[in-house]
Design a protein around this ligand. Structure first.
Ligand code: UDP
Ligand code: MG
Length: 134
């Protein structure tokens, strides 16, 4: 078993897609071990996306991620990081495989409905960002 972080982004909370996304995650075998709804400040969103410092899309991404409520959650499953990345699909929904969450729900490359950690190391950092060390 390992753990990863998923965030339901503001475009999805705003369209009342929280339940549908959670249903997809549970049906795929993920256990939700922590979850909450929060509104990030711009400073918090910038800190969360510090790895993207200098990228042209960062300012817009930070504004978007602090524009409404988000639902971060810790998910547990064997091979959690890789399996969740497969389930959400490519960053740009135009490239996301059929049946993935982003292909089904995302509005654009920015407003792509969900975030998922991309490695075990980043998962640990991102889980601690929202839920501390416990
Ligand atoms: N993003 C964007 N434009 C881009 C690339 C990324 O707006 O050209 C946004 C998008 O919301 C994405 C986030 O920045 O989910 C983080 O980018 P990353 O490359 O880490 O994609 P992810 O890991 O989310 O698939
Ligand atoms: Mg990423």
């Amino acid at each position: 078993m390992n753990r990863t972080l998923l965030i339901i982004k503001p475009d999805a909370t705003g369209r009342r897609l929280v339940g549908r996304i959670i249903d997809r995650l549970e049906r795929a075998g993920f256990d939700i071990v922590r979850m909450k709804m929060v509104r990030l400040t711009e400073a918090e969103a910038r800190r969360f996306y510090a790895v993207h410092e200098g990228k042209p899309f960062l300012d817009s991404l930070v504004a978007f991620m602090s524009s409404g409520p988000v639902v971060p959650m810790v998910l547990e499953k064997g091979n959690a990081v890789e399996d969740l990345r497969m389930l959400i699909g490519a960053t740009n929904p135009e490239n996301a495989a059929c049946g993935t969450i982003r292909q089904e729900m995302a509005l654009s490359v920015e407003k792509n409905s969900v975030h998922a950690s991309d490695s075990n190391e980043n998962a640990a950092t991102e889980i601690a960002f929202f839920f501390g060390q416990d």
